[in-house]
Design a protein around this ligand. Structure first.
Ligand code: NAI
Length: 668
């Protein structure tokens, strides 16, 4: 066999190892499953005493189904038949009259967990890398290979739904506590624990009386009513139908009915061919494409030096220390450095939890007011005030002191690289590593180059961004780069409507109804009115007059407690009262989105990024553009060209030339 290895031990147990050929990760594709099926068929000729399914990969057990095969299924019926085929294979595994154990190391997700659930026992390696769950809803689908039936059998319906509906993933200990795995054990006991289950065959747990209760249809209907109500607070059913489909299937069939597997297959088959699932799957691959930009470069940095311990520099330093780098943090203001350390402790505690790991991260982050670290650092990131002269002076001094191979990076949001590099002996050394605020939450980092940037410097910067677990997006140096440039017209249009008297909350609602993760009014408050003003000035846009007076008054948004909304001392937004009887304009969404897509199209035309897919990736991962719509370029491509031009014509007639369609819509 190509993907599986069979080993029979002296005691008559069979150890079946999945080591998917030509892939660094185990996923369940058609070929892998066919081979697995033939193994199970062979067991009917010669049944071992017990079976262990394990992984031959260090990085994990099984990451899930091979998602690329999803896209090959074009109709619901075709999807249904394929799903049923796999369900039947897993049924064969579940029906084996011998003890079967899944030996789980690393990730065990989606189809990987569904295969494990068809085993009698599951033993997980207690390691931070072990991740167990059914996160299918994240891809716009639901568990389909028996997961939404077998998980309730193992831990009870209510617990199972509480994991499946949000697509929650657990570590080994939590999975053991909740009962998904029978044991979570350290590496030294891993093998013994598996042997224990094979030899002793302990009784499996019972879900208890409550599970028998929820098998009654009226009981399920009542529970589902409350669960749906909770779900509605978080997920829009029109945008993300998958969790609702899970609930509906459960109400109709329960996990115990004889048709439960068929119902599950029907439901996922329907979801698989929806635009939501197609877009989310495409984004899954785009994420991989971004990760790919950081691979294949021979750069192994160990020491990062950050200059500027403000909002950005402080968080960048903390993030790099969290990810295992030695970090020196410099600022001309010692108080800024100490403020960072207080903030950092919160991040380390939240992310690392265990005291010895927190202490190790604290040790890696070193205050360096005089900049001793510059000489030793492999990566130097400048995050001082947005002033070209200050940045030029700083880089001139860095160039003299830094190691010749060290990366000299700027976190500027608006200043072109060639301006910052003026006066340097080797301006080609400068690269932009542009993080988004808040650094710990935002996955995207724009890696900015100009035609003068040295290719090796660019490659190393991309590699570094990958090493700190962020998604690098290569962009050309231009005002605002990609994300800010596209967001500015969208935010300014919202500010314009606000100035016209449209309540901010209504503008935000129109945007979130469209699917944006956050409305533009709230976004401006979170980013800061001063920062938005600088960003707008940076891209040469006209800044609304009220922005200037707000900034003078110190009305800066969330950080000052006042902006478009008011906030309490803990940063919680205060309730807004609106007159719901007062009509709001019908074209709020059009005004916001058409300005955004128009600017995105201009970026494509000017080659700010290489192609339309990267614009989608940048705006979804960097600005929360509606993921289920696949990004601005995919969204606009779903409209007729004629309709696009008509929309722009109507808007520009009504509101002026800022709505003139980009020339890109004239071509093709
Ligand atoms: P900030 O004003 O919070 O912090 C700047 C820090 O730099 C201050 O602590 C200041 O004492 C220090 N500083 C100034 N000149 C210095 C020098 N010559 N040597 C050492 N330290 C010096 O600024 P913030 O918001 O952190 O922005 C920093 C950079 O990051 C800017 O270029 C900004 O455009 C960019 N940026 C800001 C974002 C934001 O949302 N705030 C988002 C992305 C980029």
């Amino acid at each position: 066999m190509k993907h599986w290895q069979i080993e029979n031990d002296a005691h008559g147990y069979c150890w079946l190892t999945l080591n998917r050929a030509d892939s660094s990760t185990n996923t369940l594709g058609a070929e892998v499953l066919e081979e697995f099926d033939s193994c199970l068929t062979n067991f009917s000729k010669e049944l071992p005493k017990g079976l262990v399914i394990k992984s031959g990969k260090k990085n994990g057990f099984i990451a899930g189904a091979d998602i690329s095969e999803f896209l090959e299924l074009s109709t619901e019926e075709e999807a249904y038949q394929e799903i049923r085929k796999v369900q039947k294979i897993f049924d064969k595994l579940a029906a084996l009259p011998i003890p079967t154990v899944a030996m789980i190391n690393g990730f065990c997700l989606g189809g990987g967990l569904e295969l494990s659930l068809a085993c009698k026992y599951r033993v997980a390696l207690d390691d931070p890398k072990t991740k167990i769950g059914l996160p299918e809803v994240m891809l716009g689908v639901q568990p389909g290979w028996g997961g939404s039936v077998r998980l309730p059998h193992v831990i009870g319906s209510m617990k199972a739904l509480s994991l499946i509906l949000p697509g929650k993933v657990l570590d080994a200990r939590k999975a053991a506590k909740i009962g998904i795995v029978d044991a979570a054990v350290p590496l030294r006991h891993f093998q013994h624990a598996v042997e224990h289950y094979l030899q002793q065959e302990p009784t499996t747990r019972d879900c208890g009386i409550w599970e028998r209760f929820v098998q009654l249809a009226p009981m399920r209907a009542i529970l589902a009513y409350y669960m749906r109500k909770q779900l509605r607070k978080k997920v829009n059913p029109w945008h993300y139908p998958a969790p609702y489909a899970v609930l509906d299937t459960w109400i109709k069939n329960s996990a115990w009915s004889k048709d439960a597997y068929k119902a599950e297959a029907k439901s996922i088959a329907k979801l698989m061919v929806t635009p939501t699932a197609r877009n989310l799957v495409r984004l899954f691959f785009l994420r991989d494409r971004l990760k790919g930009f950081s691979k294949g470069h021979d750069f192994a940095p160990r020491h990062v030096h950050v200059i500027g311990a403000g909002v950005m520099g402080g968080d960048i330093a903390a993030w790099c220390a969290l990810r295992g780098f030695k970090v020196t943090l410099q600022d001309q203001n010692i108080e800024a450095i100490s403020a960072t350390f207080t903030r950092t402790l919160k991040l380390f505690t939240k992310k690392l939890k265990v005291p010895y790991l927190i202490n190790a991260a604290k040790d890696r982050l070193v205050p360096d007011p005089t900049g001793i670290g510059v000489r030793q650092a492999d990566v130097i990131i400048e995050a001082i005030i947005e002033d070209p002269v200050a940045k030029q002076q700083l880089f001139a001094s860095l160039e003299q002191q830094a190691k010749p191979e060290a990366i000299l990076a700027t976190n500027t949001s608006t200043i072109p690289l060639d301006v910052i590099g003026q006066g340097l002996q080797r301006p080609e050394r400068i690269v932009g590593i542009h993080f988004f605020n808040p650094v710990p939450l935002m996955q995207l980092v724009e890696v900015v180059s100009s035609p003068n940037t040295d290719q090796m410097v660019l490659n190393n910067a991309l590699a570094f961004v990958g090493k700190i677990d962020k998604l690098p997006l290569p962009v050309q140096s231009c005002p605002g780069f990609l994300v800010n440039r596209v967001l500015v017209p969208y935010m300014l249009e919202a500010a314009q409507m606000y100035a016209e008297g449209v309540p901010g909350i209504k503008i935000d609602k129109a945007a979130t109804d469209f699917g944006m993760l956050m409305g533009p009014i709230e976004l401006m408050d979170v980013v800061g009115i001063d920062i938005c003003m600088h960003a707008a000035e940076g891209v040469g846009a006209t800044v609304p007059e009220f922005f200037k007076s707000w900034v003078e008054e110190g009305k800066l948004g969330k950080k000052s407690g006042k902006g478009f909304y008011n906030y309490d001392s803990r940063g919680k937004r205060l309730k807004v009262s609106v007159d719901n009887d007062k009509p709001v304009p019908a074209d709020i969404t059009d005004r916001l989105i058409m300005r955004l897509v128009n600017e995105a199209a201009a970026c494509l035309r000017e080659g700010v990024v290489a192609d339309a897919d990267l614009i989608d990736a940048g705006l979804v991962f960097g600005a929360g553009f509606a993921p289920f719509r696949g990004g601005p370029m995919t969204f606009i491509a779903s409209l007729e060209k004629k309709q696009i031009k008509e929309n722009f014509a109507t808007l520009s007639k009504k509101y002026g030339e800022r709505f003139n369609a980009d020339p890109v819509w004239d071509g093709g």
